[in-house]
Design a protein around this ligand. Structure first.
Ligand SMILES: [Ca+2]
Ligand SMILES: [Ca+2]
Length: 423
């Protein structure tokens, strides 16, 4: 239940290095070892050959890392340095991409916010610390010899874990049926908070601590296993989950375990946060919590939800009781379809951006200034208006198909943007 934070124990590393024959055996790898026995994780892994940016950990990576992890991606901070993401084998490529997208989202500037309008220093601080997200299979992965070896030998300055069985990807059956509790926002926000916000934004940190203390006085319970100084870290992430409406309708699985009946009414996070269960209640019942969210984030999720090729049917960003996931999806704004299944996307009041697939798609942007993206140049498409609908047919076979648009204000082609005239 409790997110587990990891701190490399340098003293332990040195004690082991001083006494162990293992070190002798590893001396052939000395070109990537520090004098304390930890191994150097390279800062220059090339991910450019992979369209998704996810690659297998290359040979140049020392064995302590390759023993525990198989795949890799990164986010480049404004200073040009990487923030590392290492993933174990249970993680699908789509899950790794989502995790990276959530990290990019949390680090994306929020122009109208007090502390988040320029996050350069936050991201640079994490990269300078040599921070790494570690995507583990399950909680049991902590207790494997491979992971323990990784913990003894890694040279990361800050590590936060997230597990594969708590990271559902938009458009998968698990997501659509709102089964697995999505912990990616919570855990990745912990990472940014600990290694970016605390060192880089001390005034914001003071505000978070004050809001956390006020909520604690009203019943918020930091995880009991945690030191009290970590409660503000749990609080910020819990409030952000609530703001994203992840608990507006309770999920049914917690890391593979049935969690039905485990969340007292009127609370989230298994009762730890008792002040609000959704964004509307947050404004009324925990305005200090809402203020810290508004101090760092935009109202919507700024990453593109990449729906899998298997998806077909309707994906709704508008709350609709017929779609159990639509509460959490209501905070998305950007969606991309893949494959060639016919599919429809229903937008919300945000300025939506939609990317269709090779099948015939329908897009309804709803309110806001909404844009649909196409693969080719404007001259390669035929446009037909009929009432409030606009049909856009790709004259190149097998590319974008024939898409029908409603409440869309702009068409973005490879070569130009075409505004849709109001009717
Ligand atoms: Ca919209
Ligand atoms: Ca299409």
């Amino acid at each position: 239940m409790r997110p587990i934070k990891l701190v490399a124990a340098l003293a332990t590393i040195m004690a082991i290095a001083a006494t162990s024959f293992v070190l002798f055996a590893l001396s052939v790898f000395s070109s990537f070892e520090h004098s304390d026995g930890s191994q150097v994780f390279p800062d220059d892994i090339d991910t450019s050959a992979s369209p998704s940016g996810v690659v297998a950990l290359p040979e140049q990576v020392p064995p302590a890392y390759r023993g525990a992890f198989v795949n890799y991606t990164k986010v480049i901070a404004p200073n040009g340095k990487p923030i590392h993401i290492l993933a174990q084998k249970n993680w699908t490529e789509a899950q790794i991409v989502k995790g990276r997208s959530v990290l990019e989202h949390i680090l994306r500037d929020a122009p109208n916010s007090r502390f988040g309008k320029d996050k350069t220093n936050v991201a640079n601080t994490i990269a300078n610390t040599k921070g790494a997200m570690v995507f583990l299979n399950t909680e049991a992965s902590f207790n494997t010899p491979e992971f323990e070896e990784f913990m003894r030998r890694n040279d990361f300055g800050g590590i936060q874990d997230l597990r594969a069985n708590e990271t559902p990807v938009e458009g998968t059956v698990d997501y659509l049926e709102h089964r697995t509790r999505d912990a990616s926002f919570e855990e990745i926000l912990h990472f940014v908070h600990d290694y970016g916000i605390k060192p880089a934004l001390p005034d914001f940190q003071k505000q978070i601590e004050a809001a956390s203390d006020a909520a604690t006085a009203r019943g918020f319970q930091g995880w009991p296993e945690d030191e009290p100084e970590n409660h503000n870290n749990e609080y910020f992430a819990a409030v952000y989950d609530v703001y994203l409406d992840l608990w507006k309708r309770n999920p049914t699985l917690y890391e593979g375990q049935d969690m039905r009946g485990e969340v007292p009414a009127g609370t989230t996070h298994f009762g730890a946060y008792p002040l609000a269960t959704n964004r509307e209640e947050l404004a009324a019942n925990d305005p200090k919590g809402l203020a810290i969210i508004n101090g760092f984030f935009q109202p919507f999720l700024t990453y593109i939800a990449e729906l899998p090729e298997s998806f077909s049917g309707t994906f709704s960003l508008r709350e609709d009781g017929g779609f159990p996931y639509s509460y959490k999806a209501s905070r998305l704004a950007y969606v991309r379809l893949h494959g060639d299944n016919p599919a429809k996307i229903i937008g919300n009041a945000y300025d939506n951006r939609f990317w269709g697939n090779a099948g015939d798609n329908e897009f309804d942007g709803g309110a806001g200034h909404d844009t649909t993206y196409f693969s080719g140049n404007f001259a390669e498409y035929s446009l037909t208006a009929a009432g409030e609908r606009l049909t856009v047919r790709d004259n190149k076979l097998g590319r974008d198909g024939t898409d029908t648009l409603k409440n869309i204000e702009a068409l973005q082609f490879a070569d130009r943007t075409v505004p849709v005239p109001a009717d």
